[in-house]
Write a protein that binds this ligand. Structure first.
Ligand code: PXL
Length: 442
């Protein structure tokens, strides 16, 4: 049987699914560790803030930790929302008894507003938990509250980290949003500091702190060094922030699933592209549809928003000894021309992810008409200055078709520009099927 690292989150529940235990468990799954949890408090919360909360009795918190540790022996645990002094004391006792590595995320309030810790609990956290933890991960406000100094620069953050380090943790990581996006790692025993560079990102941040500390224990449980784990966790959170969605009216929750889903979406695209391309290359009559500049077949991943999200054939598909040949391999970001067509068509209809450009002739266009394909066009002579031809032309053709993405967009060329037909469809196999039908009738 394969082994999986086991980790534990000791934290509050966020009914809105953005932060707390819910964010932690999603992070653990995304990073392929087995996540367990001990719930400290049940918050009634959405993206606009914490409306209410119910703290669990401290012995219920320790009972959850005990039962899990007796059986699964998590190597690392993190704490999130610890609302009361009593809960902190019980958690500290459990941490000593079970000896897991401990990361403390000193949660004080929610991103969208609302306190998550009683005032008096902060001194208990400092006295009881900091001496026994390995890492503490305050953001700038939390570092200010714990150190008692105000932080405006990276130097201030180093001073605060030294003060916090004296209270016991082996490492202090002051996380970024307010240090122009960089994180500061301070190692207490050596007095060394290390900056993990970052930038301020656009995107929702609800759950970012919880996600960071959960990623950190996941990587630590996989035996990465602290600096490696901190660097990978920062990258994980940055992607989760960048891919957040506005699911409510308030602060958008970060998206931990992006990390795994992105690769599976790309894999799906590559599979479709390979299947479609091999069918196309096996069809000798396709040569009759290859234009002078070559053809390209391309497919975008779901929610594609830049050229690197579009897979295409490197160097295009050309005619060689009267047989269609792919010049290079299929890869993401390999075509800006067909890539732009797809980005534009997906901006009108996200399901129209694929395109194949073929030769223009009246005969081919007539066949498309006879196949009852939806056809629209644009006129290069009307192209304004300073636009990308494909963005503009494809938009014009779609707008001329009442905003619906047609199966065919053609243009009759211009000065030094070969006329072209573009087949657009839901995936690479669908556009290749259309192309083969056309080829059979030309
Ligand atoms: O992000 C800190 C945090 C921790 N725990 C719970 C929360 C929040 C923020 O909203 O709701 C339960």
């Amino acid at each position: 049987m394969k082994k999986k690292p086991v980790v534990m989150s000791i934290a509050g529940s966020d009914s809105g699914g953005g932060a707390g235990i819910e964010a932690d468990l999603k992070t653990f799954s995304a990073l392929d560790v087995h996540g367990t949890c001990a719930i400290t408090s049940v918050t009634s919360q959405n993206t606009t803030g914490v409306i209410d909360s119910f703290d669990l009795p401290p012995d219920v918190v320790s009972s959850q930790i005990k039962v899990v540790c007796d059986d699964m022996h998590p190597s690392w645990a993190k704490t999130g929302m610890l609302p009361t002094s009593e809960i902190i004391e019980f958690v500290a006792k459990c941490a000593k008894r079970y000896g897991f590595g401990l990361v403390v995320d000193p949660v004080m309030s929610a991103e969208a507003g609302g306190s998550l810790m009683r005032m008096e609990a902060l001194s208990t956290l400092i006295d009881k938990l900091l001496p026994i933890c390995d890492v503490i991960t305050p953001n700038v406000q939390e570092a200010q509250a714990i150190s008692g100094i105000s932080i405006n620069t990276v130097d201030d953050a180093i001073k605060a980290a030294r003060i916090i380090g004296k209270k016991g943790p082996r490492y202090v990581i002051v996380t970024g949003g307010h240090l122009e996006g960089s994180d500061l790692i301070y190692e207490t025993s050596t007095n060394d500091t290390h900056v993990v560079p970052g930038e301020l990102l656009q995107g929702g941040t609800h759950g970012s702190g919880c996600t960071y500390s959960s990623a950190l224990i996941s990587y630590l449980a996989k035996e990465y060094s602290l600096v490696e784990a901190a660097t990978l966790s920062k990258e994980f959170v940055e992607r989760a922030i960048f891919n957040s969605s506005d699911v409510g009216k308030g602060v958008a929750p970060v998206d931990q699933s992006y990390y795994i889903l992105d690769n599976s979406k790309r894999y799906y695209v590559l599979k479709k592209m390979n299947l479609a391309l091999s069918r196309l290359l096996k069809n000798p009559s396709f040569v009759n549809l290859i234009p002078e500049v070559g053809s390209n077949l391309a497919m975008g991943k779901e929610n594609a928003y830049e050229l690197s999200d579009i897979a295409a054939v490197e160097g295009r598909i050309v005619k060689m000894n009267n047989i269609p040949k792919a010049v290079g391999c299929i890869g993401f970001g390999k075509s800006s021309h067909v890539g732009r067509i797809i980005l534009t068509s997906m901006s009108f209809d996200p399901t129209k992810t694929s395109c194949l450009n073929i030769k223009y002739s009246r005969k081919i266009l007539k066949v498309c008409n006879e196949m009852n394909l939806n056809i629209s066009s644009f006129d290069r002579s009307l192209e304004p200055d300073n636009v990308s031809t494909m963005d503009w032309g494809v938009s014009e053709a779609i707008k001329a078709f009442d905003g619906v993405v047609p199966d065919i967009i053609y243009d009759e060329g211009g000065m030094g520009k070969e006329p072209m037909i573009r087949i657009i469809g839901k995936d690479a196999v669908a556009v290749v099927n259309i192309a083969m039908n056309i080829a059979d009738q030309v």
